[in-house]
Design a protein around this ligand. Structure first.
Ligand code: FES
Length: 146
């Protein structure tokens, strides 16, 4: 293999290895705009559903955002009636967390939390702030008072 062909092959390999993780992260993270209510924020249950080959599929989690909130909320679905809502603020030094499937990671110093907000890896030593979640018809309500 000549030098030019070798260089081209290396660049293509690096580009493809960089693109795949980005694409898979995009597929797994879905952002929903939450609707502010007097005591909390709500989203439609349908935010968890998407079509795959014309069949409805449930997402495991969504990220709820609203312009009035400093940090988003990770909303994990255990069942149609059981959800966990976690403030995506690291309890170590306040960095915004990244969702990665059924856990959250902090890019600042490496702390990790479960989908129930429990510390799995430090340096953080406090669990995440959690919110009470209730379902009313097609609506999921996150109570921000707690
Ligand atoms: S701010 Fe998250 S681990 Fe330090």
């Amino acid at each position: 293999m000549d030098r030019r062909k070798f260089t081209k092959t290396c660049i293509m390999c690096l580009a493809s290895s960089a693109i795949v993780p980005v694409m898979s992260a995009c597929q797994s993270t879905y952002y929903a705009k939450g609707v502010l209510e007097p005591n909390g924020i709500s989203v439609a249950r349908s935010e968890f559903t998407y079509l795959k080959k014309d069949q409805p599929v449930q997402r495991d989690y969504i990220i709820v955002r609203n312009d009035s909130m400093e940090f988003p909320i990770y909303l994990y679905r255990f069942s149609d009636e059981e959800y966990a809502a976690l403030l995506m603020k690291c309890t170590h030094q306040g960095n915004e967390l990244q969702a990665s499937g059924d856990h959250l990671q902090c890019s600042a110093h490496g702390s990790e939390f479960s989908n129930r907000g429990t510390v799995e890896q430090g340096p953080a030593d406090k669990n995440l702030r959690t919110f009470k979640v209730s379902t009313i018809g097609d609506k999921i309500f996150i109570d921000l008072r707690a």
